[in-house]
Design a protein around this ligand. Structure first.
Ligand code: NAG
Ligand code: NAG
Ligand code: NAG
Ligand code: NAG
Ligand code: NAG
Ligand code: NAG
Ligand code: NAG
Ligand code: NAG
Ligand code: NAG
Ligand code: NAG
Ligand code: NAG
Length: 359
């Protein structure tokens, strides 16, 4: 057991002003159902590790970690992750009082953890600060920790739209040699957007190891706000399974539209369900100038009689006639893409009924 505090390190840091990034929390003004979403943190392990170890460190499933990084679900949890490489970890974000935070990760203090600062650097690659861990866990003294103690680890996140568009927020730890411009280029955003989002006025104020809120272009989805997976936003090149694993959605960088289809090899799912026009989820049909896509729009989970599980997947049918399409006036940004689409009112409820394994 050790409680060894690094008072000198802390004191030095405070004196040098290096600890000024006391709050890594991101702005999040979203309210209501929009105040909860899926967000990402860019984790850079300090030591060689595995996907499985990262999943257990952040308490996320192996499969959600694979899918957030574009790996197949059949990837091995023992797959090696080299020190210093970046792995995107999907976290559940909650917004309150203007800031976004994830508190789903609980860390158990281990032998060799010399204090909260050491934990933030050596275990969580600077994604949080020792001040915030102290605050969230109401620790009177940030230097007093004991092996076996459980600490909630606050991680920065946000659910806000950026410039009117849906994004996935990524908590990015700034590498020493990078600039606001280089980070913007790396993640396909604008330097001005990064500055505004992070409340910075001067790009030169960027500090090494500060956590930057980086908005990633998200695929637009048809998931409605009454669905249990509302807020499932995916960045390009990633995918996720949802609706109790029955639906898999991919985000492709070419269309920036969420492509969802029935998962293969899931046993507790309903038989392939159809949309109007005989389409299956994810199918598109073209007839003349009309294009119909059967899109996944979410699921609900209404509890039924004991032992029975009923969920409903809602699908929306969308049609486009190229006669209204043409070339949309380019005055309204990203929304221009949706011009010419008519959203039909068709909603299909697919009942997924399965017997509980408990008899
Ligand atoms: C969020 O709210 C704060 C305080 O009300 C405001 O200063 C800020 O501009 C808002 N941010 C966004 C992105 O709406
Ligand atoms: C990930 O997979 C490993 C190895 O199969 C397993 O030990 C671990 O429990 C899994 N982690 C989670 C969070 O499911
Ligand atoms: C970490 O893994 C890399 C290969 O990915 C290897 O070259 C290196 O020796 C490993 N380092 C340690 C400390 O095991
Ligand atoms: C938000 O602020 C209210 C009132 O100031 C407070 O009661 C509440 O605990 C705060 N919520 C969080 C998550 O900080
Ligand atoms: C933190 O602890 C690790 C061992 O977990 C150690 O190797 C490292 O030097 C420590 N870092 C600091 C900054 O104290
Ligand atoms: C975390 O920050 C410390 C300095 O505070 C630095 O030495 C270390 O390399 C950083 N680690 C990562 C993964 O950014
Ligand atoms: C859900 O979306 C509908 C429109 O699609 C809107 O009228 C309603 O206010 C939204 N509900 C919530 C709780 O945001
Ligand atoms: C979705 O992504 C997964 C993993 O990259 C891939 O195996 C699958 O074929 C993709 N599905 C579609 C419909 O693009
Ligand atoms: C669905 O409802 C059942 C019964 O109320 C509950 O046990 C289960 O956790 C719910 N599933 C989800 C994904 O919310
Ligand atoms: C409903 O399904 C969920 C997910 O498979 C399961 O965790 C839950 O126990 C089920 N509830 C009932 C009442 O069968
Ligand atoms: C025409 C077409 O794309 N049909 C596909 C619709 O979706 C089902 C199930 O995902 C596929 O089996 C069909 O090939």
């Amino acid at each position: 057991m050790r409680t060894a505090p690094p008072p000198l390190v802390l004191l030095l840091l405070l004196l040098l002003g290096l600890a000024s990034a006391a709050s890594a929390a991101f702005t999040c003004n979203a309210t209501g159902v929009a105040a909860t979403c899926r967000s990402l943190v860019g984790f850079k392990p300090a030591q060689n590790t595995t996907y499985g170890a990262i999943a257990s460190l952040f308490q996320v499933s192996n499969s959600s970690l694979f899918s957030a990084n574009g790996l197949l679900l059949t990837a091995s949890a023992d797959g090696a992750v080299a020190a210093g490489s970046t792995v995107r970890v999907p976290i559940r974000c909650r917004c309150a009082n203007g800031t976004g935070r994830s508190t789903g990760t609980v860390y158990t203090v281990q032998n060799g953890d010399v204090g909260l600062y050491n934990i933030t650097v050596a275990r969580f690659s600077n994604l949080t600060t020792y001040q915030e861990i102290g605050e969230v866990n109401q620790l009177p003294d940030v230097n007093k920790i004991v092996v076996g103690q459980e600490l909630r680890i606050p991680l920065p996140c946000s659910c806000d739209d950026v410039d009117g568009a849906e994004v996935v927020h990524l908590a990015h730890v700034v590498a020493p040699e990078s600039s606001v411009e280089s980070i913007a280029t790396e993640f396909g955003t604008k330097a001005s957007t990064l500055l505004r989002l992070n409340g910075m006025s001067d790009p030169k104020a960027l500090m090494a190891y500060q956590v930057l809120d980086v908005p990633l272009h998200a695929c637009s989805s048809s998931i409605t706000n009454n669905s249990l997976d509302y807020g499932l936003r995916l960045a390009s090149g990633s995918y996720a399974t949802t609706a109790n694993g029955c639906i898999t959605c991919n985000c492709s960088a070419t269309t920036y539209r969420l492509d969802c289809h029935q998962s293969v090899g899931q046993s507790q799912c309903p038989a392939a369900a159809t949309c109007p026009g005989g389409l299956f989820i994810g199918n598109t049909s073209t007839s003349g100038c009309e294009v119909q896509t059967c899109s996944y729009a979410g699921y609900t989970n209404t509890s039924a009689a004991a032992g029975t599980n009923i969920s409903s997947i809602i699908t929306t049918d969308r049609t486009k006639c190229s006669s209204d399409g043409g070339s949309p006036p380019g005055s309204d940004g990203g929304l221009g893409l949706l011009r010419g689409f008519k959203w039909s009112a068709a909603l299909v409820f697919l009942h997924m009924i399965w017997l509980s394994s408990l008899q």
